[in-house]
Design a protein around this ligand. Sequence first.
Ligand code: ADP
Ligand code: 5GP
Length: 202
Amino acid sequence: MNKGRLFILSGPSGSGKDTILNEFLKDNKDIKLSMSTVSRPMRKDETQDSKYHHVSKEEFLNLLNKNEFLEYNEYLGNYYGTPKTPVLNAINNGIDMIVEIDVNGAGNIRKSFPDAISVFIVPPSLKTLKERLIGRGTETEEQIEKRLNKAFDEISRANEFDYIICNDDLKKAVNDLNSIIKSNRLKYERQIELLERVQKTC
Ligand code: ADP
Ligand code: 5GP
């Protein structure tokens, strides 16, 4: 059995990672999204386990001490981590996983998964990024400024990624992600079992 592959989706806050993923996952039930554990307080539109598993800082640090994370990062004063067991279980059972994490987390996870396929979502401009963060209405003005200040540095690290998607038009961005994942699944090393099956029919 082929092992599952790990896909990393990253990009500045507000670049559209969640929106693209939600659309993509509607039509792709054969890939699993990793649910992060975070110490960030819930936003008004969030519930426990809707996107994240929310814990206190103490609980997060306790899990970290127990080596429960594949990677983690502190982002604007809160901890965000990828739980290790669900990702390893899925991959060992041949299931593709996707993690949506920040650029530091992406750098860290590549150390344990050098073959991970990484995708960076870039907004069409910083002006649009600001407008989208304001439009989302989930952060205060001060929090938006902090996120925008990080965005410039994050975009300057886009060269660490395999693929870049510009999220100008949502439908196109979702199609781009689809193409990346589909083409990776068609690579020779993922098709060896198929080729063996075909050869057996001779
Ligand atoms: P991220 O997950 O990267 O922080 P979101 O997915 O929350 O970003 O997107 C930020 C905001 O931008 C949301 O309000 C979302 O509806 C909006 N948005 C995302 N993609 C587009 C797009 N292509 N065109 C217009 N608005 C978009
Ligand atoms: P937000 O507060 O907007 O939900 O997320 C802030 C940033 O943390 C985003 O860039 C998001 O991709 C990232 N993030 C979410 N989950 C994880 C995680 O498990 N690990 C890391 N390193 N970053 C994460």
